[in-house]
Structure formats: structure tokens, C-alpha cells
Write a protein that binds this ligand. Structure first.
Ligand SMILES: Nc1ncnc2c1ncn2[C@@H]1O[C@H](COP(=O)(O)OP(=O)(O)OP(=O)(O)O)[C@@H](O)[C@H]1O
Ligand SMILES: [Mg+2]
Length: 302
């Protein structure tokens, strides 16, 4: 579908319910505060700026999506929040405490299935619990509770290779949530799934998020996925890897797949496309000026 006829500025028009909801989120306590964060890597050819000067706050129970072109620093950002990577400068506070190493207050789900292949899915979930000093019996009970929440109790004794991609990611989510983190960090978790499973997983993640007191930061390349899931989208830019814009999503909750065709959804998608592909936008402009009329352009395929 082309989005040429959509006016991107319309995404700023928020219904009263949406405006109120977004305002209420801003009144909640700040869970994560990132200030002037920079990350540089050194390789043989010199210095790489993985993250420019990034500052933002995330409120409790907020759902944030992060988008941006490949190499703009999305994974680096989430790895620093996870404590897997150290920033070059700037501060990052979770519940007002600096982050300097991984901890059970942050759960992670990656694109590549990261379950231990030699453990059953129940034992995969028990692993983190036992590592954080839960006794075996209790870990067993909790693992079964989490498997039930993700609808996989009857598969508890199977091994990861016996599961589909979507099921593996449900186990990965259960495992990340089992230690009751304050924040769930997800780096393209549904990137390897087929379109139908991916759509199911999105709805399913929203259900989990709504039923738990959890904040989520979710990286994706898929603009529709980001709009469907997020309260706000952080757009990282390709030039010097800065935070280009924070976009508030005007689509009401609870989200449903039929909202993909609503004018709020489409205008937000158009705005994000314009942000991520500024050249395409300027090409489209050039064509219309050259011909003196507004022509339909195929460069903004949706
Ligand atoms: N360990 C590392 N050593 C050197 N450079 C790195 C390292 N990790 C990341 N980079 C560089 O930092 C930049 C940001 O990488 P990052 O993986 O965060 O991007 P991304 O936005 O997640 O990309 P993608 O969408 O492809 O996953 C890239 O230029 C990358 O090559
Ligand atoms: Mg990445």
C-alpha cells in the first residue's frame, strides 16, 4: 500500500483519550533515566561512534520501541542498559541507581534463540531462578506458573529443538520475566519469525505487558510492529547516531489488528518513514516540483 496520500502531520492529532493516557504516563515515576550517553568503539580503522549524545527518560509501565537504520546504535543502547557493555561517557540510572553490570532487575530477549539446548524448557526457566538463589522446589513451581502464562505448560519437558520459533520465543519471554525484572529489554525478538507467528506474538506480548507491572524497551526494524506495540517510539538517526525524535503514538489502547488501517496508524507510519528515509521524501518533492504537479510516487511503498 502506498502512503502518498497520507498527511504525516496528522499523527500529532491525538484523541482526548489518547492525550490523557499519554499525560498520565508522564506523571508516573521515572524508571530509567539516560543522560548524555555516548559510546565509542575502537577498531583497526579508527573510532566508531556507536551512540552520539543520547538523553531520555522512561516511565514505569511504559512500552517504548526503538527504531532506526542498521548501525545506528540500537543494540548498543540496549546492551548498555542491560549492563553487558559500558558506556564511554554519560549516565544511566535505573530506579535512580547507576547501571554498571547485568542484574536480575533487567530481563533480556534477543532475536536469536538463546535457550540452553541441553535443558528442557522448564529447566531453562528454572536456571535463572536458581542462579538468583531461589530454592529448587520453588523454582520448579514458579517455572510451571510462567509456562502456564505463556501457554506452554504441557510442553514443559520438551527440549528447545522440539519447539517452533514462536514457542521458543515464548519460553525466552517467560525465562526473562521469571526473575521479576523491573524492565524487559527486547532486541528484535520477533525478527526471525514468519509474518503470521510474528503478528500473534505481538498481540500476545501486549497481553503479557498489560497483565504485569513491567516496562518494556523493544527494538525493531518493523515500523508497523513499533506503532502497534509502543506508547512512544524513539527514532535513532543514522547521522552521528543521535536520538532523532521521540514520537508519541496516537493509536488508542487496547490495540487491535484492525487499527493498522486507521488514519492515526497510517499517518504515524508515514511520519516514521519520512524520518528514516529523508532522501525518499526529498526525491518525491523534487518530482512534484519538476513537473509542476503533485505526482504519485512509488518511492514510499508501505
Ligand atoms: N563490539 C564492537 N566493536 C566495534 N564496533 C562495534 C561493536 N559493536 C557495535 N559496533 C558498531 O557500532 C555501531 C552500532 O552498532 P549496533 O549493533 O548498536 O547497531 P544497530 O542499530 O543495532 O544495527 P542493526 O539494526 O543492524 O542491528 C555500528 O557501526 C557497529 O559496527
Ligand atoms: Mg542491532
Amino acid at each position: 500500500m502506498t502512503l502518498d496520500h497520507i498527511e504525516s502531520r496528522q499523527y500529532k492529532l491525538q484523541s482526548e483519550t489518547v492525550r490523557k493516557r499519554l499525560e498520565d504516563i508522564k506523571k508516573r515515576p521515572i524508571l530509567l533515566k539516560v543522560d548524555s550517553l555516548k559510546k565509542k568503539f575502537q577498531d583497526r580503522e579508527g573510532e566508531i561512534v556507536a551512540l552520539g549524545n543520547i538523553s531520555f527518560s522512561v516511565h514505569q509501565r511504559e512500552f517504548i520501541c526503538v527504531i532506526g537504520p542498521s548501525g545506528c546504535g540500537k543494540s548498543t543502547l540496549i546492551r548498555i542498559i542491560a549492563g553487558l557493555e559500558k558506556q564511554t561517557s554519560g549516565s544511566i540510572l535505573l530506579d535512580s541507581k547507576p547501571i554498571d553490570s547485568p542484574s536480575s532487575d533487567r530481563g533480556m530477549v534477543f532475536q536469536n534463540y538463546t535457550l540452553f539446548p541441553w535443558l528442557t524448557i522448564k529447566k531453562n526457566i528454572m536456571f535463572g531462578l536458581i542462579m538468583s538463589k531461589t530454592d529448587r522446589q520453588e523454582a520448579n513451581t514458579k517455572a510451571m506458573d510462567w509456562l502456564e502464562l505463556v501457554g506452554l505448560s504441557e510442553f514443559s519437558d520438551l527440549y528447545p529443538h522440539q519447539l517452533s520459533g514462536g514457542m521458543k520465543q515464548r519460553v525466552a519471554i517467560a525465562r526473562a520475566l521469571a526473575t521479576r525484572p523491573r524492565i524487559l529489554l527486547m532486541d528484535e525478538p520477533f525478527g526471525a519469525l514468519d509474518a503470521q507467528t510474528r503478528a500473534q506474538m505481538q498481540s500476545y506480548l501486549l497481553q503479557i505487558w498489560e497483565s504485569l507491572d513491567i516496562t518494556i524497551i523493544f527494538i525493531t526494524h518493523d515500523l508497523e510492529e513499533a506503532i502497534y506495540l509502543a506508547d512512544r517510539i524513539f527514532v535513532l538517526g543514522s547521522s552521528s547516531n543521535q536520538l532523532q525524535e521521540i514520537v508519541e503514538i496516537p493509536v488508542s489502547r487496547p490495540r487491535k489488528p484492525d487499527q493498522f488501517l486507521s488514519s492515526e496508524f497510517l499517518s504515524t507510519k508515514k511520519h516514521l518513514e519520512d524520518l528514516i528515509n529523508p532522501e525518499k521524501r526529498s526525491t518525491a518533492k523534487k518530482i512534484s516540483i519538476k513537473n509542476g504537479i503533485v505526482e504519485k510516487s512509488s518511492s514510499l511503498e508501505g
